[in-house]
Design a protein around this ligand. Structure first.
Ligand code: GLC
Length: 499
């Protein structure tokens, strides 16, 4: 089975959010199941070829109604996974960031989708490898299932190609692309489900309608997006794909996220030797953050992209109240929208003797926060999967989360009456008061029930969040997708067709 993963973000080459983490680690787990997974991404200007050993494979011409572009395909192998990079000026090759403004990004990613198909054909000609399944992710690659559907009608090389869409976030869709598509000669998005809903100009909607299989990154989110509140206008379309819709919880990269070997920690630990081996990390974190060093004061951590989704607006008032009334400490790391950067920064400044906020991105510090805090706060308004809560649990920090999406699927709520249950604390109400009450509940448990707390930590550390579990589920779906278009075309036939 050949699978080409196509994504705008891939860790460690280009990362904005969780999408990069997934595409940077799931393919490794799939290759262990003997699936020939390769990855295709844009060759952004900021990616350093020396650092990653990136080499030119070949160049080809991509003719579109607006003109012809020379496209170059580069490649490297990263942790055993072949990764391809696509360069084509002026769309990809000079930029300093993954995303800019949407008006600019839409034509860039339409180009990426068109060039991805041309690259697959060129790969076939140059080396003979061709995907059975094109696994696209989010709106940036959303045109691909539609373009392949068109190709299937007219070009035998494509007759057995299947497509799978993974939705990592329903809120970003690539809307109103109709003008661009028209100009670029991409007509014919006549899918009845798109036409009847007025969604023919929406990249994520197109992928949802045309992909053989649609997945999202947790079972709970797969249900939530069928309702208007979380569906962002695509809930009806999603419901129409119910029979082909699956929710698979993401994993985390156990090679990176391992408290036993993590080089960023001053004291490594595991589920057998904590809390003794873990507590030096808490003290170090307090020290580094200029806070009082104490095992007895609960430390609340937060590591996040600072956008509305993450519920920073719920967290800040709750923390303000908590820091005013109780002996707790708070440490945050993240960056994003100006408003939230500012609110968190202010919180840190106003309570500088018991709170510290780092505005920015720092992977090593993130790992030290996971290993040093007692509670990890993630009050998301919505969360397709969420990765922080899983990292936190693996590092023995108990998550305080809103019961939504992947948070609900990965955290088990504590039960005051049953000390054998629970890996964290959960609430539903989207109000600061709910965050406040839940943090208070957690802090009281921390002080009053140390044994139950330790057991909870141990349970959290032992939950299996490795990719292996999810990879097996993806494998089944690849087979299902491939079976939809299994017209037997041999590689020789494919090559003949391309001559
Ligand atoms: C997006 C979602 C996040 C998910 C990630 C990876 O960033 O917001 O919940 O974990 O994608 O799938």
């Amino acid at each position: 089975m050949n699978v080409l993963f196509i994504s705008a973000e891939v860790d460690p080459f280009a990362k904005v959010g969780g999408l990069a983490d997934v595409v940077g680690s799931l393919p490794k787990a799939l290759r262990e199941l003997n699936i020939d997974v390769r990855v295709l991404m844009p060759y952004y200007g900021f990616i350093d070829p020396q650092r990653f050993n990136i080499e030119l494979l070949f160049s080809f011409r991509l003719a579109r109604p607006t003109g012809t572009t020379i496209v170059s395909l580069f490649s490297t192998t990263h942790e055993g996974v072949p990764v391809y990079f696509l360069r084509g000026l002026p769309y990809f090759g000079e930029e300093g960031a993954v995303y800019g403004d949407l008006e600019h990004d839409v034509p860039r990613f339409i180009f990426f989708c068109q060039a991805a198909l041309a690259a697959a054909e060129a790969m076939l000609e140059n080396g003979g490898w061709f995907p059975d399944v094109f696994h696209v992710n989010d709106w940036h690659t959303g045109l691909i299932p539609f373009l392949i559907e068109q190709k299937r009608q007219s070009d035998r090389r494509w007759s057995a190609a299947s497509t799978m869409l993974s939705i990592h976030n329903m809120a970003y869709q690539g809307e109103d692309v109709g003008g661009w598509l028209w100009e670029l000669g991409v007509p014919g998005r006549h899918h009845p489900q798109l036409v009847s809903r007025g969604l023919t100009d929406n990249m994520l909607a197109m992928a949802t309608a045309y992909a053989d299989i649609v997945t999202t990154v947790s079972p709970r989110y797969a249900v939530e997006i069928q309702y208007p509140y979380m569906g962002y206008g695509l809930d009806g379309l999603i419901r129409s794909r119910q029979d082909d819709l699956y929710g698979i919880l993401n994993g985390i990269d156990y090679d990176v996220w391992n408290p036993e070997t993590d080089p960023h920690l001053i004291s490594n630990f595991n589920a057998d030797n904590f809390p003794e081996q873990r507590s030096p990390n808490k003290r170090q974190l307090q020290d580094d953050s200029n806070l009082t060093i104490s095992d007895d004061v609960p430390v609340i951590g937060l590591v996040s992209r600072l956008v509305w989704q993450k519920g920073i607006d719920l967290a800040v008032p709750a923390l303000r109240r908590l820091l005013t009334g109780y002996d707790v400490q708070f440490i945050a790391l993240g960056s994003g929208d100006e408003e939230y950067n500012h609110d968190l920064f202010r919180l840190g400044a106003d309570f500088h003797w018991k709170a510290r906020t780092y505005i920015g991105y720092n992977a090593a510090l993130a790992q030290r926060i996971y290993a040093g805090c007692d509670l990890f706060l993630m009050p998301s308004h919505y969360e397709p999967c969420g990765i922080g809560q899983m990292n936190a649990m693996r590092y023995g920090a108990l998550p305080v989360v809103r019961e939504t999406g992947g948070l609900a699927d990965s955290v088990e709520n504590y039960d005051d009456d049953d000390a054998t249950r629970g890996t964290g604390f959960m609430f539903q109400w989207e109000q600061p008061e709910a965050v406040y009450n839940t943090l208070l509940w957690a802090i009281r448990t921390f002080h009053a029930r140390p044994v139950a707390w330790r057991r909870m930590q141990e349970r959290a550390m032992r939950v299996d969040f490795s990719w292996r579990r999810s990879a097996v589920e993806y494998q089944t779906l690849y087979e299902k997708a491939a079976a939809r278009h299994n017209t037997p075309v041999t590689d020789d036939e494919k090559r003949e067709q391309s001559d």
